[in-house]
Design a protein around this ligand. Structure first.
Ligand code: PEP
Length: 247
């Protein structure tokens, strides 16, 4: 039985005060709810240290939005899996389309990052997804299959989370239909089954791309969708709480 995992990806938003106010509010609002999902927030790296210290005993997982594919060295401006481990980061998003687009992240580097994160006991949240052009030209299946094969090879797969994020749905207000989202998440699981056998059934697969309070319920009803990676809507406390309590 897979317990869903919903993560808010704050991207390069939220300063110290806003972040504290948000998490305090989130804890208060969730204290009266019986949640059926794990909750995570991915914030800017400098926020992680104080947030992890402050919210250590709370049931909210805190994560980074990237790490480097080397453990240490002359990589100015980068963050290592080792230091994320030292500050007890729970998870780290890798392969997000914004990193692939602006910082040339490749399937190969995503795979290296996933291995390092697992070595350092941090859950990798591994993003895959096709561009609008690939979607319109009916290349989604082959793009996703290649990303899955290359990003997810030789991993302790049960400890990973996969996020299917069609790039054309990120921050655009367009959500993939539930049928598309379910089809591709099911395709990902089928490919995982070919690589890892029955372990595929234990892997959490999230959908991401303009998830909101008004579409989460039908997405979560899909058999292969086990949660969501939420960008814009995770910056608004009311909206994020409504997503987490979608029932
Ligand atoms: C994301 O950044 O991972 C994302 C899904 O963003 P949004 O929800 O804003 O589309």
């Amino acid at each position: 039985m897979r317990k869903p995992f919903i993560i808010g990806n704050w991207k390069m938003n939220m300063g110290f005060d806003e972040a504290y106010e948000f998490i305090d509010g989130l804890i208060e609002r969730l204290s009266t709810q019986q949640l059926d999902v794990f909750v995570g927030i991915a914030c800017q790296s400098p926020l992680l240290v104080p947030m992890i210290a402050e919210f250590y005993h709370e049931e909210i997982f805190l994560g980074a939005q990237n790490c480097n594919d080397h453990l240490s060295g002359a990589y100015t401006g980068e963050v290592s899996a080792t230091i994320l481990n030292e500050i007890e980061t729970d998870f780290c998003i890798i392969g997000h389309s914004e990193r692939r687009q602006y910082y040339n992240e490749t399937n190969e580097s995503v795979n290296k990052k996933a291995k390092l994160l697992l070595d350092y006991d941090i859950k990798p949240i591994i993003c895959v997804g096709e561009t609008l052009e690939q979607f319109e030209n009916n290349h989604t299946k082959e793009v996703i299959e290649k990303q899955v094969k290359d990003c997810l090879k030789d991993l302790d797969i049960k400890k990973c989370v996969i996020a299917y994020e069609p790039i054309w749905a990120i921050g655009t207000g367009k959500t993939a239909t539930t049928a598309i989202a379910q089809d591709i998440c099911s395709l990902i699981r089928e490919n995982l089954r070919a690589m890892y056998g029955d372990k595929a059934d234990e892997v959490t697969i999230q959908y991401g791309g303009s998830v909101k309070a008004n579409n989460i319920k039908e997405l979560m009803a899909c058999p292969d969708i086990d949660g969501a990676l939420v960008g814009g809507a995770s910056l608004n406390l009311d909206e994020f709480v409504a997503i987490l309590t979608y029932e």
